[in-house]
Ligand binder design. Structure first.
Ligand code: AMP
Ligand code: GLY
Length: 449
């Protein structure tokens, strides 16, 4: 029996473990975790606790103890810290990029320079990389774009590394203070022209040669309805019954795919190593076509929930093929042709100051034909049965996915299920509604004409 180690214990990793368990190869799954995720535990996955997901000694011990066949890292931190390089050293396949390749996510300046130097500049906004605290070019760049710029810290800051004009600052001083802080911490900062358009996530599985796209999704990053309030890790994700989004054209998707193919080859050239794992492109459809906002080198969370619970292909075989460099044998990835609407139930105060410790009472049935429940920032309550109630331990607590013949129906199902949970939490009711979808379609029509 194959033994697989999944690193990480959030909602995304719950979805990864669930997808692996659907494999006809019947693998044994082990979860290397900093806390027990009751959803992962309920799947019958074996759990190995560690003090840190970047502690590769614990990983090595587990690999040796169980004679593991494959390692699948969930979050970006172990990838940025070199978990794939470590696996290579100890001789075990890892579904994820090496540390150098993972810079695509961990360093915004490396990625922008890479695209520019490899003929992919058409996918990028105008940008500036600045390395000196008293660099006068930042003020010039700010002026050139009339203040309509985005400032990006050049390292991982857990979703707090990007300031957008109009949302986070209006004046140069505020933007430049943040730029200086990034230079202090990471040695550089990136300034970009602010792009206007509609964002989407295209996540592709790659082996250095082949690029297999997942169903395209849209995340909703702002905490409040109608996209107001602070940025979050992602409040909810939609993907329609055509495995696309109502405001995107076939040509938009082809362009995004093409950018990823070129980026995959460019990374290999620059880093000297094939890129294996996930290329999660955060794209934006603008009046000048599709542009790239950023790459991540892991599953999106929550995107993984919509994607993996409707994936019909054998996920284990996909990961193994990517590691072996023969992904082309998989052909196109197959997904159930249903619309999916996913929403996170979040801790009170999330994202600024999430209040932990509250109880969420669960419905009797968590998973059915047209809905699924994934546990993220929650833990067991010792005296209660985990199938009845859980305690909030993180900002995003529980992810619910509804399926339907269209987004409206999938949203109804998602909301009906959410109504069966009780406790002190908040979620975005507007995600997946016809009203919000129509607004996005209208925005995109205006932008295109
Ligand atoms: P990131 O942390 O890179 O995901 O960026 C967070 C958010 O900042 C993205 O989801 C976008 O909404 C926004 N953003 C980043 N870069 C740009 C850009 N060049 N133009 C407009 N918005 C951007
Ligand atoms: N969906 C946002 C992220 O995973 O970064």
């Amino acid at each position: 029996m194959k033994k697989i180690i999944v690193i990480g214990n959030g909602g995304r990793e719950h979805a990864i473990c669930d997808a692996l368990l659907k494999s006809p190869q019947n693998p044994e799954i082990w979860n290397l975790a900093t806390a027990v995720n009751p959803g992962i535990e309920n799947l019958g996955v074996k759990i190995e606790l560690t003090d840190s997901l970047e502690n590769f000694e614990t990983l090595k011990n587990l690999v040796e103890k169980i004679h593991a066949d494959l390692v699948i890292p969930g979050p970006e931190a172990p990838l940025a810290a070199g978990v794939a390089d470590f696996c290579r050293e100890i001789g075990i396949p890892c579904f994820g990029p090496t540390r150098k390749n993972a810079q695509l996510e961990s360093s915004k300046s490396w990625t922008r320079d890479l695209l520019k130097n490899n003929g992919i500049a058409d996918a990028c906004p105008d940008f500036l990389v600045s390395m000196e605290k008293d660099d006068p070019t930042r003020a010039k760049f700010f002026k050139k774009w009339n203040g309509q710029v985005v400032v990006k810290a050049d390292g991982l800051l857990g979703g707090k590394g990007v300031l957008v004009a109009g949302d986070h600052f209006t004046d140069f001083e505020t933007a430049d203070d943040f730029a200086k802080k990034s230079i202090e911490k990471f040695g550089r900062v990136v300034l970009e022209e602010k792009l206007i358009g509609v964002e989407f996530s295209l996540i592709s599985i790659v082996d250095g040669e082949s690029v297999l796209d997942c169903r395209v999704c849209q995340d909703h990053k702002r905490v409040g309805e109608n996209a107001v309030g602070p940025q979050t890790g992602g409040m909810g994700v939609i993907s329609d019954e055509n495995l696309s989004l109502p405001f995107l054209t076939k040509s938009d998707l082809e362009k995004a795919h093409n950018i990823t193919v070129r980026a995959m080859h460019a990374v290999a050239k620059e880093a000297g190593d094939k890129f294996v794992g996930l290329l999660y492109g955060g794209f934006i459809a603008t009046k000048n076509g599709v542009q790239l906002i950023e790459y991540n080198v892991r599953w999106g969370d929550p995107e993984a929930l919509n994607i993996l619970c409707t994936l019909e292909s054998d996920f284990l075989e996909i990961c193994e093929s990517a590691c072996a460099g023969n992904l082309e044998k998989i052909g196109k990835l197959k997904f159930t042709s249903v619309a999916t609407v996913q929403k996170y139930l979040c801790a009170p105060g999330y994202p600024d100051d999430p209040e932990k410790g509250g109880t969420i009472e669960l419905p009797a049935i968590l998973d059915g034909e047209n809905f699924r429940t994934f546990f993220a920032g929650v833990e067991k309550i010792s005296e209660k049965n985990p199938s009845e109630a859980v305690k909030i331990s993180g900002g995003r607590a529980i992810g619910i996915v509804g399926f339907g013949e269209n987004l409206e129906r999938a949203n109804e199902i998602c909301e009906q299920k959410i109504a069966e949970f009780s406790g002190n939490f908040h979620h975005r009711a507007d995600i997946g509604t016809s009203k919000l979808t129509a607004k996005r379609v209208e925005t995109m029509q205006k932008i295109r004409h």
